[in-house]
Design a protein around this ligand. Structure first.
Ligand code: ASN
Length: 470
């Protein structure tokens, strides 16, 4: 049955194939290139380390906070994401040797009259969830009298300052410098408060000593000169002019709506493919589960009814986002068993959509006149037979519109699963925009794709409904 997706997956650590998560927009360390492929110093570095230390590596860009949460939940093997080595992080994770110097700085919009931290009094400042720069901003917030607003990625945080909603943002110096060199209209106002370094994080106490391999790998790629080559590949000789030149190569050629659509077509279609797969498997599992629970809810048995009512109450009551995070990062941190993101997505959809399905299945059956059951029973039919032959055929007709509605909702709900790093249509849109800043055009494309699919799904369902009533 389709729900075999639920089977827990074995951990792969022993096979020397490791999964690392990274940030989604943190150029020059990790960012999507023109082909929407993730590149950057961190990406090249972890591959070079893997080669030197003879292990396989898969890197997935999910955003910094999501990456750290997945590591905490032991869903993945490590995080390489321009991650500052701090005492708190070293207490929680094994941090590798340092590889790149960094420090938090504040940036304001070009031409802004904010000249130093003192000018931030009473103003709104943008920070990024879970970062060292956000911790720094929070630590000086009372002293300088500013308030903070939080973003999940650096890009949106910068945009908030550029559009003037926030007057400043805090991020790491090398990343902000690169962003400015490549055209973001910001200006750094303060020197880095501290000098720290980036390191790679893994969980403590691993029996395979991954941290030793990473450290040995860093030493090897630094000694061989490969590391310098990687850095030069993205930063040129470090001057602003050379960064601009490097970046020019990654710029889009045609920024018109159709130019962008053509350029990002295959990436968008891959995202759509994942969305459709999630929807299809989600609908099948949710329908099976929902029908079973709905039937429990109409059985002449108080316990069965109680189970159904509780299920519907709990899973209809939880916001989908909370449920997704609970399944993906909450449960594994308790059980120690990894749940792949796709499976976590399907479990989430099955529970949530299944609860709604159960509710209308129960309601649909209850809506069939009670006399029907009484009549069937008085003819000597057992309860299950009466249900199957008399009640369900009438109940299902009542439920069909609700099923159609639920399929459409499931398709839309898959977009929420972007929080657990699933590369479905919405997450694909975010990643494209992170690179080209064409928010209006790309979100229009994404919205149109959803609408086209939903229209097709509605037509199909109406056709099925007509056939059933014929
Ligand atoms: N530099 C950030 C930190 O160390 C991580 C990031 O934003 N990718 O907290």
């Amino acid at each position: 049955m389709a729900c075999a997706w639920f089977a827990p997956q074995p951990t792969h650590a022993a096979e020397k194939s490791y999964t690392f998560y990274t940030d989604d927009t943190y150029a020059p360390f990790e960012f999507a290139n023109k082909q929407n492929k993730y590149v950057g110093i961190d990406i090249d570095l972890i591959h070079a380390i893997a080669k030197a230390e003879h292990f396989k590596v898969t890197v997935k860009a999910v955003g910094f906070n999501a990456a750290v949460q997945a590591l905490e939940a032991k869903q993945i093997d490590g995080v390489i994401a321009g991650m500052t080595i701090t005492p708190e992080r070293s207490a929680k994770f094994d941090m590798s040797k340092p590889y790149y110097p960094t420090g938090p700085v504040a940036a304001v919009k070009k031409g802004s009259d904010i000249k130093s931290l003192k000018d931030l009094r009473g103003k709104r400042v943008a920070i990024k969830t879970g970062t060292a720069a956000a911790d720094y901003a929070n630590s000086i917030k009372a002293k300088y009298g500013f308030t903070t607003v939080t973003f999940d990625d650096s890009n949106n945080m910068y945009q908030d300052v550029v559009t003037g909603n926030s007057v400043a943002c805090f991020d790491d110096q090398p990343v902000l410098q690169y962003a400015i060199a490549t055209g973001i209209q910001l200006h750094i106002v303060a020197k880095p408060a501290t000098v720290k370094y980036y390191g790679i994080a893994v969980n403590k106490g691993r029996s395979d000593h991954l941290i030793d391999k990473l450290n040995a790998g860093i030493t090897k790629v630094k000694q061989s000169g490969e590391y310098d080559k990687i850095v030069a590949k993205y930063l040129g000789n470090g001057t602003v002019a050379s960064q601009k030149k490097k970046n020019a190569k990654t710029q889009e050629s045609d920024r018109s709506f159709f130019g962008l659509l053509k350029e990002n077509w295959s990436t968008l279609m891959n995202g759509l493919g994942e969305t459709l797969l999630l929807t299809l498997v989600g609908i099948i599992c949710a329908t099976v589960l929902g029908v079973l629970i709905g039937l429990l809810g109409v059985m002449p048995d108080h316990f069965a009814q109680g189970v159904a009512t509780t299920f519907i109450y709990v899973f209809r009551g939880l916001p989908l986002l909370v449920l997704a995070l609970f399944v993906y990062t909450g449960v594994p941190s308790l059980t120690g068993t990894k749940i792949p993101a796709f499976v976590a997505g399907i479990i989430t959809l099955s529970l949530n959509e299944g609860a709604y399905t159960a509710a209308f299945v129960r309601g649909g059956i209850n809506a069939v006149a009670p006399g029907q059951m009484e009549a069937a029973r008085s003819l000597g039919m057992p309860w299950t037979k009466a249900m199957r032959r008399v009640i369900l055929p009438q109940g299902i007709k009542i439920m069909v519109p609700s099923f159609i509605n639920q399929f459409i909702i499931t398709l839309k709900d898959t977009s929420i699963l972007s929080v657990i790093g699933l590369l479905e249509l919405t997450q694909t849109g975010k990643i494209i925009i992170a690179r080209n800043m064409e928010g209006f055009k790309i979100w229009t494309m994404v919205a149109l794709i959803y609408l086209i699919i939903i229209t097709a799904l509605t037509w199909l369902s109406q056709w099925v409904q007509k056939k059933m009533n014929a």
